[in-house]
Design a protein around this ligand. Structure first.
Ligand code: ATP
Ligand code: SKM
Ligand code: MG
Length: 200
């Protein structure tokens, strides 16, 4: 498989797809509460692109919150809808900024579609920081956290890392404000466009 490699940003882009880099969707992945929705909105604004939050899109289509979908239809149903929407967005849209839900990337078909058609940024936050700063902000709104002990959530956090490791570029969030993280993503993407697709 031939690749582009940007060492500075650990940037590896698969060339199998014919979509020019500048047109590919930019896809944010990472654990729940890492900041995919917040940072995705900022990236979209900076690049003058449309932003799609997959969780919000699922809520919009169902007229229900994610918590209601989990409670009334079950997690398996949610995962199926989530997978179908992401594959659809990956294969039928371009030039978007997509924020995935925290568990979406655990599905192999989702990973394959994202890596083949988009440019995938992993928003990486340490467990300690997540536990101290993000958990209190999201604990009541994420059904996956419901009825779990802190030890179980920690286990989930580390179990998921091997899926998130399959990305094109990583942003270490620990000391970054959302605005700074967005700037870093935009800088990295523009660098890649200029180097690999000059004169476009
Ligand atoms: N860089 C940051 N610094 C501090 N707080 C942040 C940062 N990014 C996001 N937050 C806050 O963390 C909370 C979760 O952020 P957000 O909803 O963007 O996460 P997410 O990754 O989209 O989560 P999910 O996977 O559940 O959709 C929000 O209250 C947001 O304001
Ligand atoms: O990490 C997860 O499994 C989830 C994260 C949220 O974004 C939502 O997609 C939902 O609450 C499930
Ligand atoms: Mg989100």
């Amino acid at each position: 498989m031939s690749c582009w490699l940007k060492e500075k940003g650990e940037f590896i882009v698969n060339r199998q797809t014919a979509i020019p880099l500048r047109e590919r969707n930019i896809i944010l992945i990472g654990f729940m509460g890492a900041g995919k929705t917040t940072i995705g909105q900022l990236v979209a604004k900076k690049l003058y692109r449309d932003f799609i939050d997959v969780d919000a899109e699922i809520e919009r289509r169902h007229g229900m919150s994610i918590s209601e979908i989990f409670a009334q239809k079950g997690e398996a149903y949610f995962r199926k809808v989530e997978r179908e929407i992401i594959i659809d967005l990956c294969t039928k849209t371009r030039l978007k900024i997509l924020s995935l839900g925290g568990g979406a990337y655990l599905q192999e078909e989702v990973r394959r579609a994202c890596l083949a058609h988009g440019i995938v940024f992993f928003l990486d936050l340490s467990w300690d920081q997540w536990k101290e700063e993000r958990l209190p902000l999201i604990v009541d709104s994420r059904p996956v956290l419901k009825n779990k002990t802190l030890e179980e959530v920690e286990q989930l956090f580390f179990q998921r890392q091997s899926a998130y490791a399959l990305h094109h570029s990583r942003v270490v969030l620990n000391e970054l404000e959302a605005e700074q993280a967005a700037e870093q993503i935009v800088g990295s993407i523009k660098w890649t466009w200029d180097v690999y697709e000059p004169n476009r």
